[in-house]
Ligand binder design. Sequence first.
Ligand SMILES: [Zn+2]
Length: 275
Amino acid sequence: MKPKYVILTLIFSILLSATVMVLSNNLLAKGVTTDSSAYNLPIVEKVFYLGGEKIRFLIRNPNDQSGVLYFNMHDNENTSVAATDSLLTRANGKFVELKYKGNRRVGGFTMDKKQFLFDPNRIYTDLGIYKTLQMHGTYSVEAKKQVKLFSEFIVDSLLAEAEIIVAVHNNSKGYSIEKYLPDSAFHDSAEKVHYNRNKSPHDFFYVNEPEHFEYFKEMGYNTILQSKNPDDDGSLSVYCANRKIPYINIEALEGHFAQQLDMLMLLQKFLKDRN
Ligand SMILES: [Zn+2]
């Protein structure tokens, strides 16, 4: 290549990378990307093969020793990933993100060619695995066995060292704190509900320890305290209640990047103040 073209190529690639940076920063501001590379966090990938399906786990700060573990298990809930990545530029913690085709549900075929389809937040108890496979019309003994191995991989390998588990989720229309109010669908799952109507009903904390409930309530945030005997739907909150692991779900409307980051920062403040 002639020197003139080398220089032109160089200028072009500098301009291109600058454009990419500006674009990705804009996307991050809107909270719609999962491009954690923009934050330069150390990251490792672990892979689990379920039947023939490749399920990836991207782990930020894999060597973190703080005991605080963030977990995003629904691959279509991207604001929570961007908010958690942003938090980790200024706070400790390990962050595990499940990656599967951008879908909420994981599906495919087990070894014996039987189909499976399930919600990855319904697989942390035996009954939960049974129910979620049944609900998606894919229950078989083999499918249940395979999904159980997958859930054991998550809790024994990825979540094992956590002293506190922080699930990060996003919701859309149809799911909010109002579902936990008296006469609503999930009222029985809640011991206490603090609903601040000045905030979006879609943005709320869901916790299993009274101490956490009182703190977030005191700070004026929407908060739900899980009942002591929650319905066994196989969700991670039920698993944590059974194992006495402190569990906090930080739930926000998809697109509520600033709100979710604010809630993550509040949890940081709580953890700092407590120590
Ligand atoms: Zn979710």
